[in-house]
Design a protein around this ligand. Structure first.
Ligand SMILES: [Zn+2]
Length: 537
């Protein structure tokens, strides 16, 4: 999801409330319930007709799953006011009971472990309208400047079950998916993956899209407009990648200039993170009537064809105006969010921390290491340290909005600790290779980085991810000695820091105990690349 200036509003929109307010619905939505646990998603065919004039959708989803353990009740999610009309298995109608947005289907057929079964769920309704897409999402029913319908979905956090029936928990990604969208024939639908075919019946067209790779629920999207198309072939690490762009006709010329940053993005991120993770599905930028979102293989774009974040530089250094924030940030999520996906939104920093960090790696690749460091250090001004980055588990709640720029600065600090950019690059590439197309916990990511760097980073991650404290280095200079220690740190926090003593690089190894070293110091400077505070006492 995209960074939002007023972080508090962002958090509100994500429904982040204090722990005591969790409801039965939060648990049904946010935990791996017994009615979810026994089956493994294999395939969806979502077939939906969208009527922009009536703001109405109708259709069905076919859910194919593998039985892991025998069971009789299966949970499917679809949020009010959408309504399920019929559920069938092998042509037989099934009964279901509903608890608001969770629907418990009573299966008739014996569910044999190892076998694949299908459900067909027919549904319809006026889906929730996005209040402020993409943060407060749903359907955006807009019109373009020429009066054509311009419609798009966004639903991170809120959940894909806001507009289609599915297993709405992130831990289980469907392995492949077909998305068939019927629209008035003067419009086009652009969804995820590749366009297989277009059927025309009467005054309607159906666009059939196929996603060959695992996809997270909130990544699935429909975008409907009077689109024009252009595209190119990108020669990347895994061969030839189809890169396609869908924009409104009036923006075609602007798009041809601005979207030149897409191959630049691919060049930078394939270098740092490894091959684009979805070659079979291609990469698309799709214009939408809101700011943008990381929809897998169909990244949506609404940044008004200018650099920065709606023209602003989030770092305050000038470097943020060297790139189009939405192209770079949302596409960065193809690696961190779409390739490596959180199991629980409590670990959303795995998406946003790494992707906010990707902004400066884009600068690093194209503008150099100094530019990248200035940018990421500059973004510290956005950090609130209001709440920990990691949120509560099992109730569909994220942590602090600091997951973006504090997350980025944590990773930037780690890069300093390694003192070996190539090793760091291999860690980032290794994450994308070893967790390829997987859902993960933060624990797996932390352990992986510790293992690959040969450093025990448990106190480091506990400090920065699980508390709001910024390590403070207290120091005294007297009589040819420096005395120093950390305060505001968790147990065993002992991160080394780089300093410059009269211009010469030197490392200090502080802990929460005072240490004294003999050192003649006229001028002492701390390396700003480390995310700490310092205080002479
Ligand atoms: Zn994001």
């Amino acid at each position: 999801m995209k960074h939002y200036f007023i972080l508090a509003t962002c958090l509100l929109s994500m429904g982040m409330v204090s722990a005591q307010n969790f409801t039965r619905q939060d648990t049904l939505r946010g935990s791996i319930t017994p009615e979810r646990e026994w089956w493994d998603l294999n395939y969806y065919h979502l077939n939906v007709k969208v009527d922009p004039a009536e703001k109405f959708i109708s259709g069905h989803n076919i859910v194919r799953y593998k039985v892991l353990e025998s069971a009789k009740v299966l949970q499917i999610d679809l949020q009010e006011p959408m309504q399920i009309s019929t559920i069938t298995q092998d042509g037989k109608k099934l009964k279901f009971t509903s608890e608001e947005n969770a629907h418990f289907i009573q299966l008739k057929k014996k569910q044999v472990p190892g076998e694949f079964n299908e459900l067909k769920i027919e549904y319809s309704g006026h889906p929730r309208e996005a209040v402020r897409a993409p943060w407060d999402g749903g359907f955006s029913w807009k019109q373009d400047a020429n009066g054509h319908p311009f419609v798009a979905t966004s639903c991170q956090g809120l959940g894909a079950s806001v507009w289609w029936p599915n297993k709405d928990h992130m831990y289980d990604e469907v392995d492949s998916m077909r998305i068939s969208v019927t629209v008035p024939k003067d419009l086009m639908d652009v969804s995820n993956g590749k366009l297989e075919k277009v059927d025309e019946v009467g005054n309607q067209k159906t666009y059939h899209w196929f996603v060959a790779n695992p996809i997270n629920n909130y990544g699935v999207n429909v975008n409907i407009g009077n689109y024009v198309h252009f595209g190119e072939k990108y020669e990347g690490e895994n061969g030839t990648l189809d890169v396609d762009y869908y924009v409104l006709p009036e923006n075609l010329e602007k798009a041809k200039i601005q979207f030149a940053q897409a191959p630049m993005m691919l060049r930078a991120f394939e270098h740092w993170f490894g091959p684009y993770p979805f070659y079979e599905d291609g990469f698309k930028l799709v214009e939408v009537p809101y700011l943008g979102m990381e929809h897998q293989s169909s990244v949506t774009y609404g940044n008004q064809y200018g650099n920065g974040y709606l023209g602003r530089d989030l770092s305050g250094t000038g470097w943020g105006l060297k790139f189009d924030f939405i192209i770079i940030h949302e596409a960065g999520h193809e690696w961190f969010a779409n390739n490596i996906t959180y199991k629980d939104i409590a670990d959303m920093w795995v998406h946003e921390g790494f992707t906010a960090y990707s902004e400066n790696l884009y600068l690093d690749y194209h503008f150099g290491k100094k530019a990248s460091a200035a940018y990421v250090v500059g973004t510290r001004a956005n950090i609130q340290n209001d709440r920990p980055i990691i949120g509560p588990y099992g109730v569909n709640r994220g942590g602090s909005g600091d997951m973006y720029y504090k997350g980025a600065n944590i990773l930037h600090t780690l890069r300093q600790l390694l003192e070996d950019d190539e090793q760091w690059r291999q860690v980032l590439r290794g994450l994308n290779k070893d967790f390829y197309h997987q859902t993960v916990t933060t624990g797996q990511i932390e352990d992986y980085i510790s293992k690959k760097t040969g450093k025990d980073l448990s106190a480091f991650f506990n400090q920065y991810l699980r508390t709001t404290m910024i390590p403070k280095l207290e120091y005294q200079l007297e009589d040819g000695t420096i005395k120093y220690r950390y305060v505001d740190v968790v147990e065993d926090f002992d991160m080394p820091v780089r300093v410059f003593v009269d211009g010469n690089e030197k490392w200090l190894f502080p802990s929460s105990e005072w240490k004294t070293e003999a050192m003649d110091i006229t001028e002492l400077k701390f390396d700003k690349n480390f995310y700490i505070e310092t205080q002479k006492v």
